[in-house]
Design a protein around this ligand. Structure first.
Ligand SMILES: Nc1ncnc2c1ncn2[C@@H]1O[C@H](COP(=O)(O)OP(=O)(O)OP(=O)(O)O)[C@@H](O)[C@H]1O
Ligand SMILES: [Mg+2]
Length: 292
């Protein structure tokens, strides 16, 4: 029987804080119903983590699921388990001893809890050998316990990733194939206009439009001209709108408020080690501000 029915899909979409990503969410839910692990991927700040948390909270009945944020130093110790020194106890006798500590994937299986691995590609593939085995065979052998853990029925695994970002590891093709990749990209201008109105109902529409122009143009510079490493995210749009709204209400003139906000977010999306990249966003900010 399917884990999620049609009504569940509608409820998940309707209650999601992330707007304009319905297609990605529906696709993810359909694959979850088929029992596949999901990888939400795409440029930063467009709602991947929030969507994953929202789906898992719905399916798990609250925060009743496990999660881990992958890091560069993550190993099988964190995912599957390993020996942990008791040296932190302060007791000199105990400090020579070790206990075995389960990793997050093992704990999720033992407790039959769903799992989120956020920023999946920030950890090297070596951290995921056990996971690879589990996804390939449905079993996780734990040698130290002489036990084989089985993948629970209806177990939901969602991972998120910024593929190709700085500081990420390349996944092996074999590991990647174990997931269904679902792209969470930039949402439409129409949706972002509604989001701005939701967060800042009193913001002058001229400023809102300038923010949307800035977002659109940075995305074009990223996608077509490869002049920026990424475009402005929806998160960036919200931050610009909130900053403009606050600073204008405190007396700053709208043109300066917009220019400031665009330059702040410009640093976020530009390559901060590259003068040309920073110059590109600054010039764009000034060009759009000159129309105000
Ligand atoms: N389409 C959207 N509708 C409403 N809010 C959004 C949308 N996209 C992003 N946000 C807001 O932006 C913030 C960042 O979202 P989130 O952290 O889920 O993005 P992410 O894709 O996981 O980013 P990263 O790649 O940096 O981890 C959230 O607070 C979220 O509310
Ligand atoms: Mg995230």
């Amino acid at each position: 029987m399917a884990l999620l029915k049609r009504d569940d899909l509608i409820k998940i979409i309707e209650t999601c804080q992330i707007k304009g990503q319905d297609e990605a969410i529906i696709r993810a839910l359909m694959y979850i119903n088929l029992g596949y692990p999901i990888m939400l991927y795409g440029p930063p700040g467009n709602g991947k983590t929030t969507i994953a948390e929202h789906i898992l909270r719905y399916i798990s009945g609250g925060d009743n699921y496990h999660r881990i944020e992958a890091t560069e130093g993550m190993t099988e110790y964190h995912t599957i388990g390993g020996f942990h020194p008791l040296s932190m106890s302060g007791n000199p006798e105990l400090s020579k001893q070790f206990v075995y500590k389960d990793g997050v994937i093992t704990r999720a299986l033992v407790e039959s809890k769903n799992l989120l691995i956020d920023e999946f590609t920030r950890a090297p593939t070596t951290a995921y050998s056990g996971l690879f085995m589990l996804l390939s065979t449905g079993k996780l052998p734990l040698e130290y316990r002489e036990e084989i853990l089985m993948r629970p029925n209806d177990w939901v695994l969602i991972v998120t990733a910024n593929l190709g970002d700085e500081g990420t590891f390349k996944m092996s093709a074999a590991l990647k194939r174990r997931f269904i990749p679902i792209f969470v990209g930039y949402t439409s201008r129409y949706t972002e206009e509604k989001i701005i109105r939701m967060y800042t109902p009193d913001l002058d529409p001229m400023i809102a439009n300038s923010i949307l122009d800035f977002a659109e143009e940075t995305r074009r510079l990223w996608q077509e001209d490869k002049a920026l490493p990424q475009g402005l995210s929806t998160d960036g749009v919200i931050k610009m709108a909130r900053y403009c709204d606050l600073s204008i209400s405190e007396g700053l003139d709208p043109k300066t408020a917009f220019t400031d906000a665009a330059m702040h977010q410009g640093v976020v999306i530009a390559d901060e080690t590259d003068y040309v990249s920073l110059q590109t966003v600054n010039e764009l900010a000034l060009k759009i501000a000159s129309r105000l």
